[in-house]
Design a binder for this molecule. Structure first.
Ligand code: ADP
Length: 330
């Protein structure tokens, strides 16, 4: 598909180049011929003193010279246009490929995303299908087993819901949202903490909010979502009874928010990948069984980028991680 689009675009570019080149050549040819004509007539007038017979011979010689000069010019212009056609063809093809490259990459990214999403959706769907089929094949299925079965299906459905929410958050177009509101970091953090209190309490993890009265410029619900994602990870990837802390500081144009945990940490080689969609670091060395689809940090990064901010991470294995988000100060 891209080859044919590149060929089409090349044809267009080349048509434009050739139209310009041929147009200019024709104009040059016309102007040069007119100049030659004028010059020859002017020169002829110098030889008025010669007898008419000599003048006639001179005229014939001059017309021959004129014809030769015209033919020479025409041949040169044809050659020039052939060279333009060849070089222009090559350059047009290169330009066409360059124009199409970002579009090609974006489309490849989209289809990779759709493929990855479909793959992730398949896992809980297949699990549910197998469980239901096994249950249906059991002629002695009793009520207790049926309830257990339905409970398990509900769990898989909840996972599917999380996944579809994550996918929607990633593909949703939020450019029209207001990003200029004055957002209190302290209030947003408190809202995010509320959202994950249950999971933190289940692991007896203490969350300390040390954020002062600092405001950033942005979209409040999205900032709450961003902090929730980072807090959720901090809790998910920490052992029981550890500490998660939030702090913030302001320097002129940017306000820095940091979320630190005492969790399992991230390997240095994996740090650059954790913000990629569907990327999950290898946590096999840890006893923690944290579920997820590798979408949280991709969404967090997208939110930060929409705010023209930055997100960074520092981490040490077995010691903990700190995610630092810089947002425009308000
Ligand atoms: P998910 O948590 O669903 O796997 P994320 O995109 O939120 O996806 O995170 C990507 C990966 O980065 C996680 O799988 C995990 O390995 C790693 N990670 C993220 N946050 C932390 C953290 N606070 N501590 C340790 N590892 C983390």
């Amino acid at each position: 598909m891209f080859h044919s689009a590149a060929v089409k675009l090349t044809t267009w570019y080349l048509a434009i180049i050739m139209a310009l080149s041929i147009g200019l050549s024709l104009a040059l040819y016309k102007v040069s011929n007119q100049d030659l004509d004028v010059n020859i007539h002017r020169q002829n007038s110098f030889f008025n003193f010669l007898p008419p017979k000599d003048q006639q011979i001179l005229n014939i010689q001059r017309s021959n010279q004129l014809e030769d000069a015209e033919t020479h010019l025409r041949d040169r212009l044809v050659l020039f246009n052939l060279v333009v056609l060849l070089v222009g063809g090559g350059v047009s093809y290169m330009l066409a490929r360059r124009t199409l490259e970002p579009i090609e990459q974006a489309l490849q990214g989209q289809s990779r995303f759709a493929g990855d999403a479909a793959h992730e959706l398949r896992t809980p769907l297949t699990a549910m299908q197998t469980e239901i089929e096994v249950a249906l094949r059991n002629p002695n299925l009793n009520k207790v087993q049926a309830v257990e079965q339905l409970g398990s299906n509900l769990e898989e459905l909840a996972k599917l819901e999380t996944l579809s929410d994550g996918l929607l958050a990633l593909v949703g177009d939020r450019r029209a949202d207001d990003y200029k509101a004055k957002v209190s970091l302290k209030k947003s953090a408190n809202q995010a903490i509320k959202a994950i209190t249950k999971s933190a309490e289940a692991k007896k993890i203490k969350i300390v909010n040390q954020i002062g009265e600092l405001n950033v410029k942005g979209n409040q619900p999205q900032i709450v979502n961003l902090i929730t994602i980072l807090l959720d990870n901090a809790v998910k990837y920490s052992s029981d009874a550890s500490l998660v802390s939030l702090a913030a500081s302001r320097n002129d144009k940017l306000t820095k928010l940091s979320i630190s945990d005492e969790g399992i940490g991230i390997k240095q080689v994996e740090l650059e990948n954790i913000f990629d969609r569907f990327y999950r670091a290898d946590n096999s060395r840890s006893k923690l069984k944290a579920e997820g689809y590798g979408l949280g940090l991709a969404i967090a990064k997208q939110i930060v980028e929409r705010h023209h901010g930055y997100i960074d991470v520092r981490s040490q294995l077995e010691k903990g991680s700190t995610f630092i988000v810089s947002l425009p100060s308000a």
